[in-house]
Design a protein around this ligand. Structure first.
Ligand code: HEC
Length: 150
């Protein structure tokens, strides 16, 4: 009887560990830092945070520095996403997320968007962009340049 209980506990523990292991590091970092505002599937929250997917990412992801720069340096100002306006501000995440975790996170976001252009992000690429100057305002300017808006 006792053995049986131990066996069951072990089995439950193993199942839990196995399902957690099925989560990649990118999933975990996204769940920890991003999904509260952008939702687990990246569909966004009306009035709070934009969807991370949509047609405009076909263009935005042509500049592979945009996604990492927004997350590292933040974004502020008026943007239109899927016909909704946001005048919000996203803080920079450079202080909270390491290069390796950031690379995994960016690959996770690209997977949510349903398409990834080019090779997966790597820690070295994140480190190089982190060292660049940047600000929430410069991210906005880059976004406008890529989309050719105003
Ligand atoms: C407190 C809420 C909040 C959290 C948490 C948050 N964001 Fe944001 N995010 C925003 C807002 C608000 C904007 C839009 C800013 C604006 O209106 O200029 C935004 C914009 C973005 C954009 C640009 C979208 C576009 O269309 O250009 C990306 C990419 C993004 N966030 C990714 C992330 C990732 C990855 C994380 C986790 C590390 C994260 N965000 C965490 C609120 C948040």
């Amino acid at each position: 009887m006792k053995l049986c209980l131990v066996g069951r506990l072990l089995a439950a523990g193993w199942l839990l560990a196995a399902s957690f292991a099925a989560w990649s590091q990118g999933d975990k970092v996204y769940a920890q830092h991003c999904s509260a505002c952008h939702q687990p599937d990246g569909s966004g929250t009306v009035g709070l945070a934009p969807a991370l997917k949509g047609e405009h990412w076909q263009k935005l992801s042509q500049d592979r520095t945009y996604l990492p720069l927004v997350v590292l340096k933040g974004l502020a100002g008026r943007i239109t996403v899927n016909a909704q306006n946001f005048v919000g501000s996203m803080p920079p995440w450079a202080e909270q997320i390491s290069d390796a975790d950031m690379a995994e996170l960016l690959n996770h976001v690209q997977a949510l968007q349903g398409f990834a252009q080019g090779a997966p992000y790597r820690a070295e690429e994140v480190a190089a962009l982190r060292a660049n100057p940047g600000s929430p305002m410069s991210s906005l300017q880059l976004r406008q340049r890529i989309l050719g808006a105003r």
